[in-house]
Write a protein that binds this ligand. Structure first.
Ligand code: ADP
Ligand code: MG
Length: 588
C-alpha cells in the first residue's frame, strides 16, 4: 500500500520535490524532471534518462557525475510528455550532444522520440538507445521488441561513465548499444503493487504462486509456478538467462539481483549467494555485482536477475566511479555546484523577436487552430465510435483534449512567430491528448512550426516545406507504412497532391483544396484495409469495412482548413472589390 500523500494526483510531483530537497548536492529541479546541480564539463555528452515515476532509484536517483546528467520524470508509471523530455535535455545539454536512454515502452518511445526530433531540429545533436533487457517480453529473434527493466542500470552506468571520460556522442551511443545488447534480465513477482489513492492493486498473483516474467507495471508474465525455494528460484533465473546469452558472450559477467519493492535485503542477499554459486559453477566470473533496489515498482513484491556479459571496454566503464543519490561506486572528486543561471537559461533560452511576417502567420495559425478545434468538437462522438470498433474508443475525446489545449496555448502566445505559436500549441496538444494520435499530431505541429521559423517573408515553397515536415514527423515517430491503416494513409496522398499542385504552379489555397479532397477520399478508402499498427491491430478483422479514425479526423481537419482559407480569401477579395467600387465611385 502507498499511503503517504495529501492528494494522490500530486504524488509523483511532490515526491520528486522532496527527493530534490533531500539531495540538493546532486540534483536541481527543472520543469519536467531533474538535472545535476553540479558542474558538467563543457562539451561533455549529456545522458538523459527517464520514464514513469514509481521506480526509484530509477530514474531521478541515478543523476550525478559518472552516471546520468538529467532525468525526465513522468507521472506514476506513465511516460514523461515530450515537452518534459525536451526541457530536461535542454537543461542537461553541455554542448556535447544528448543521448536519450530509457526502457522500451510504446509511450516513452513516442514522447522521447518527439523530443529528439525537436532537439535535433534546434541543432542539439540527440541520439537514442532504448533498453530491451527483459527476456520474458519477446523471443530472442525480436530483441527490439523487448521491454526494459533492471538492465536500465547497466546501460545508463556504462554510457554515463563513457560520457564522464570525455568520449563523444558517437562513442557513448555505441557503448550504450553494445551494453544493451549484452544485458539480459528476468523478473518474478509474488504480488502486485498499488498506485497512490487506488483501492486495489494493479494486478494480483494468486497466493502461494509466483509469476515468471511479469513486467514492472503488471504486464502479463510468461508462466505461473508454485512458490519455489530460494535454490529453485536461483536455478530457474540463472538457467533462463544463460539460455538467452548474447552471441559473443565472454566469461566475465556483472550480476544484479534487484528488489522490486517489498522483498527485504536479507532475502535478496540470500538469493544472490545462490546465484553467484551457480554462475561460478557455469564457468563464469562475477565482476563487481550489485544486490539491492535499483529499479522498483512501488510496493510490488518481486525481484529480478540481470546479467551483463562484459568485454574489456565495458568492464572498464562499469568499474568507473559514479556518485549519485542512489548509486555510488569508487570515489569521485567533489564537484563545484553548477551556476543557477546555467540551469535557468536553458529553460528560457528561446525568447525571440518575431518578424512581422512570422507574427502574421502566427496569428493565422491561431485562427486555424480554432477552426480545427471546432471541427473536432463537431465530430468528437463520431470519431470515438469509429475508434471503438477495433480500438479503445478514445480518438474523439483524445483529439478534442489535444486540440483544445493546443488552441488555447497557441492563442496565449499570439503575436509570437509562427514557430513559437506552433511549438507552444503542439507541445500542449501532445501533453494533454494522451493517446498515440496526440503525440503524433503534437510533434507534427511543432515540426511544421520549426520549418516555418521566424523569417522576413514567406512564399509557397515554405508551405511545401512545412507540409513535408509535418508528414515526416509522423512517419518518423510512428513508423507506420502506407497500407498499415493509420492516418499515414491519408497523410501521404495529402502531401503528394499538395506538392504536385504547387509544382504545377497552383496557388497555395488551390493546392490545399485539391490535397484536402485527396485526404478525405484516401481516408474513406482505409475501410478496405486491415490495421497493422496501433491499438487496433489485435482486432484487425473487426475493423474491415470501417475507415481508420485517425485518417478520418485528418481528412475532416484538412477539409475544414481549406474551407476556412477559401472563406478568408473570399473576404479579402470582397473587400478588395468593395474598395475598388468605392474608388470608382469617387472617380465618377
Ligand atoms: P490510441 O491509439 O493511443 O488510442 P487514438 O485513438 O487517439 O490513440 O488514435 C488512434 C489513431 O492513431 C489510429 O486510428 C491511427 O490513425 C493513428 N495511429 C496509431 N498508431 C499510429 C502510428 N504508429 N503511426 C501513425 N498513426 C498511428
Ligand atoms: Mg484510441
Amino acid at each position: 500500500m502507498t499511503q503517504i500523500f495529501d492528494n494522490p494526483a500530486d504524488f509523483a510531483d511532490e515526491a520528486l520535490d522532496g527527493f530534490v530537497a533531500a539531495n540538493r548536492g546532486y540534483v536541481a529541479r527543472v520543469d519536467g524532471g531533474v538535472v545535476r546541480s553540479t558542474e558538467v564539463p563543457a562539451g561533455q555528452v549529456a545522458l538523459v534518462v527517464g520514464g514513469g515515476s514509481g521506480h526509484y532509484p530509477a530514474f531521478a536517483g541515478l543523476v550525478g557525475p559518472g552516471l546520468a546528467t538529467g532525468s525526465a520524470c513522468g507521472n506514476m508509471f506513465a511516460s514523461p510528455a515530450a515537452g518534459q523530455v525536451y526541457r530536461v535535455a535542454k537543461a542537461a545539454n553541455a554542448g556535447g550532444g544528448v543521448l536519450l536512454s530509457y526502457g522500451n515502452y510504446a509511450g516513452d518511445v513516442l514522447h522521447f522520440g518527439q523530443a529528439q526530433l525537436r532537439l535535433n531540429a534546434e541543432g542539439i545533436e540527440t541520439r537514442t538507445v532504448t533498453v530491451t533487457d527483459d527476456i520474458a517480453s519477446a523471443p530472442i529473434d525480436q530483441l527490439g521488441k523487448r521491454r526494459g527493466i533492471a538492465g536500465d542500470l547497466t546501460v545508463f552506468k556504462i554510457a554515463g561513465a563513457a560520457a564522464e571520460a570525455g568520449l563523444d556522442l558517437d562513442a557513448v551511443e555505441r557503448l550504450a548499444i553494445k551494453t544493451n545488447y549484452r544485458t539480459r534480465s528476468l523478473g518474478v513477482a509474488f504480488d502486485g503493487c498499488t498506485l497512490p489513492g487506488a483501492a486495489d492493486p494493479l494486478f494480483h498473483v494468486p497466493a502461494g504462486q509466483m509469476s515468471l516474467g511479469l513486467g514492472i507495471h503488471g504486464e502479463p508474465g510468461i508462466s505461473e509456478h508454485p512458490m519455489p525455494t530460494a535454490s529453485e528460484l536461483a536455478e530457474l533465473l540463472v538457467s533462463r538467462l544463460l539460455d538467452d546469452k548474447p552471441e559473443d558472450a565472454g566469461d566475465r559477467v556483472v550480476a544484479i539481483v534487484n528488489g522490486l519493492g517489498t522483498v527485504k535485503y536479507d532475502e535478496l542477499f540470500l538469493l544472490f549467494g545462490k546465484v553467484e554459486k551457480l554462475l561460478t559453477a557455469a564457468g563464469l566470473t562475477v565482476v563487481e555485482p550489485e544486490c539491492g533496489e535499483l529499479v522498483t515498482s512501488l510496493d510490488m513484491s518481486g525481484l529480478s536477475l540481470t546479467l551483463l556479459w562484459l568485454d574489456e571496454e565495458l568492464e572498464q566503464y562499469w568499474a568507473a566511479p559514479a556518485d549519485t543519490p542512489a548509486f555510488r561506486k569508487g570515489s569521485m572528486a567533489p564537484r563545484a555546484p553548477r551556476a543557477e543561471a546555467a540551469i535557468d537559461d536553458a529553460e528560457t533560452a528561446d525568447v525571440e523577436q518575431p518578424t512581422p511576417a512570422a507574427a502574421d502567420l502566427g496569428r493565422l495559425a491561431v485562427e486555424i487552430l480554432a477552426q480545427v478545434r471546432d471541427v473536432v468538437v463537431k465530430h468528437e462522438e463520431e470519431l470515438g465510435k469509429l475508434d471503438a470498433i477495433a480500438g479503445d474508443g478514445d480518438h474523439g475525446i483524445g483529439m478534442r483534449r489535444g486540440v483544445d489545449a493546443a488552441a488555447t496555448a497557441g492563442e496565449a502566445v499570439s503575436g509570437g512567430s509562427v514557430a513559437r505559436v506552433l511549438a507552444t500549441a503542439g507541445e500542449a496538444w501532445s501533453e494533454r491528448a494522451g493517446g498515440t494520435s496526440g503525440a503524433l499530431w503534437g510533434s507534427a505541429v511543432i515540426a511544421a512550426g520549426q520549418s516555418l521559423g521566424n523569417r522576413e517573408a514567406y512564399a509557397s515553397g515554405d508551405a511545401a516545406a512545412a507540409v513535408t515536415a509535418f508528414v515526416r514527423a509522423i512517419t518518423e515517430l510512428g513508423k507506420a507504412d502506407p497500407g498499415d491503416k493509420t492516418m499515414v494513409d491519408a497523410l501521404l496522398p495529402f502531401r503528394d497532391a499538395f506538392l504536385a499542385e504547387l509544382d504545377g504552379g497552383a496557388p497555395v489555397d488551390r493546392a490545399l483544396a485539391v490535397a484536402a479532397a485527396a485526404a478525405e477520399s484516401a481516408a474513406a478508402r482505409t475501410a478496405d484495409l486491415r490495421p497493422l499498427k496501433g491499438r487496433a491491430r489485435p482486432l484487425a478483422e473487426k475493423s474491415l469495412g470501417h475507415p481508420d479514425p485517425g485518417a478520418v479526423s485528418f481528412g475532416l481537419i484538412t477539409a475544414r482548413i481549406s474551407h476556412f482559407i477559401d472563406s478568408q480569401l473570399a473576404t479579402v477579395a470582397a473587400a478588395g472589390e468593395l474598395s475598388a467600387t468605392a474608388g470608382n465611385g469617387a472617380q465618377a
